[in-house]
Write a protein that binds this ligand. Structure first.
Ligand SMILES: Nc1ncnc2c1ncn2[C@@H]1O[C@H](COP(=O)(O)OP(=O)(O)O)[C@@H](O)[C@H]1O
Ligand code: SF4
Ligand SMILES: [Mg+2]
Length: 491
């Protein structure tokens, strides 16, 4: 026993020489990636095409690493999946499996310099500003018809052309829909996408809100940053309108309050209001209800559903709570140790889970029907993300492990048009051609699946409680109507 412990200790011990080697390698890698990030990137290098036009986001073979003192942490290690427009995709897995790092990669918010997107693509269908030959945005001007019937620009008292205003009260610019690869996009260009096209809601609203500024200040700041040309009055109006939209009873009062004066649920509503300020197409919600108690959780989930419907957008919902996923998601992506191990529609994952890990997760959640006293627990731990083996990462915890499982990491196989799994048990059931861990969304039939059909049966005790109040969204596959050439917000 003592010998075992000594061996285990030795395994985690890094000699001075080893530590020196890691530090040297880290510094070399970080220098390389930082240089790559800060070089001048021409739009041709990051403007690309979607593999499936139904998707709003496509991750393909994404690798995001942290160059730490203990070695390279492969937090996201070859992740591929898509988010169909108008749908909710739930990303589930135990803590530490790379869910947050996947979403932070999408926002270009991975903690640099130690954290870097090493390879892969994150394709996003964005409404981008059209630029002139000098790289400047092209405004849309007010016009009128003169006495000869010609269309001429309207001029202000100083003889300057007047920029047309959009419905948010900001200047209108010419826009075009472009598919951009966020993994290759320069930081400057990303600023026009982050917050405006993709908004993020974090787990703990108190750490995301600034304690020394009022709620109004913080909402207005986002409005002013992203909606260029908006007046002070309009920005305040928009902030209050958003507070109203997220169900805050006294929006004018809350506008003047500080974060500490609000309850947890209200703070999370404020975070959602901030996220909605610029009409984003995609909301990334990273454990949005984990810090809240169960009744508030249900309200926030209802709100997210309602809002998704109102803005006709998509939601990427990250959670470790299967109950939340059962209630909200149209598609589910199961992650384990930085990899996607199973993808499918919500019915696929909840009614016909395939991967032993997904089956274990299902068994380990409490249900109302359950009679046994103790809850099932998947044996063992998530492997150390440094120096991952090349065999199935779940091997040491798997009850169905076979001889083959010690070989190469199992490839993703498509078992039905919507359901894929990375496990040797299903090699034989693979449909041709084998899937490349793409997504359920890559399959047209999946993309057309009506959202309302799933999760009518709540799968957990908490889901059962919530289900009584839950309103289902309408079938959510319609793409957000393409914003016209001229648009609104600014980066
Ligand atoms: N800033 C960081 N530095 C080093 N390792 C990190 C950092 N952030 C996350 N990681 C590692 O990346 C892995 C995935 O983390 P994360 O995406 O936060 O997991 P989760 O699925 O719980 O959201 C974990 O092993 C974590 O330790
Ligand atoms: S590949 Fe083998 S070890 Fe891995 S989950 Fe499947 S059966 Fe278990
Ligand atoms: Mg997380």
């Amino acid at each position: 026993m003592a010998e075992n412990r000594a061996q285990e200790k030795k395994k985690h011990y890094i000699t001075r020489k080893e530590s020196h080697r890691i530090a040297k390698e880290n510094s070399k890698s970080i220098r390389y990636f930082e240089k790559r990030k800060h070089r001048r990137v021409r739009p041709e290098e990051y403007v690309t095409q979607m593999k499936d036009e139904n998707n709003i986001v496509e991750f393909e073979d994404l690798h995001t690493y942290f160059f730490s003192d203990a070695g390279t942490v492969k937090a996201v290690n070859g992740v591929s999946f898509g988010v169909p427009a108008g749908s909710t995709v739930g990303v589930v897995g135990e803590s530490g499996c790379g869910k947050s790092v996947t979403s932070l990669s999408l926002m270009q918010l991975v903690q640099a310099p130690s954290g870097q997107i090493v390879s892969g693509s994150i394709r996003f269908k964005a409404d981008m500003f059209k630029l002139d030959s000098h790289g400047k945005k092209i405004p849309v001007y007010e016009t009128q018809t003169d006495e000869n019937g010609n269309t001429v620009y309207k001029l202000d008292s100083h003889g300057k052309k007047i920029i047309r205003k959009n419905e948010l009260g900001g200047n209108m610019y010419e826009m075009e829909t472009q598919v951009v690869d966020i993994a290759k996009m320069p930081t400057e260009a990303m600023r026009t996408v982050r917050g405006r096209e993709i908004a993020m809601i974090f787990q703990e609203p108190m750490t995301s809100l600034n304690p020394v500024f009022t709620i109004g200040n913080q909402l207005d700041e986002v409005g002013k940053l992203h909606i260029q040309g908006i007046s002070k009055k309009k920005v305040k109006e928009r902030s209050i309108q958003m507070l109203n939209l997220v169900g805050i009873a006294d929006p004018e009062g809350v506008y003047k309050k500080y974060p500490h004066e609000l309850s947890g649920g209200m703070r999370q509503r404020v975070m959602i209001a901030i996220a909605l300020l610029c009409n984003p197409k995609l909301i990334v919600a990273d454990e949005p209800t984990t810090a809240l108690d169960v009744t508030i959780q249900a309200q926030i989930l209802d709100l997210l559903r309602e809002i998704k419907h109102k803005i006709n957008g998509s939601i990427m919902l990250i959670t470790h709570d299967l109950g939340v996923v059962a209630e909200m998601a149209d598609y589910v992506v199961v992650m384990y140790a930085g990899k996607v191990i199973e993808t499918g529609t919500a019915e696929d994952i909840f009614d016909r889970p395939l991967h032993p890990y997904t089956i274990g997760l299902q068994k380990s959640k409490p249900t109302v029907e359950q009679e046994s006293e103790s809850l099932y627990c998947i044996p063992g731990f998530v492997p150390n993300p440094v120096n991952m083996p090349n065999y199935c990462y779940f091997r040491d915890r798997c009850e169905k492990c076979m001889k083959k499982c010690s070989g190469e990491y199992p490839a993703m196989v498509q078992v039905t048009p919507t359901h894929s799994v990375s496990c040797y048990l299903y090699e034989e059931s693979a449909q041709t051609p084998p899937a490349t861990a793409e997504t359920p969304a890559d399959k047209p039939s999946a993309a057309k699946k009506p959202a309302a059909s799933k999760s009518t049966k709540p799968k957990t005790a908490s889901a059962a409680k919530k289900a009584s109040t839950a309103k289902k969204p309408a079938a959510g596959t319609a793409e957000k109507p393409a914003k016209s050439v001229k648009e609104e917000t600014d980066g």
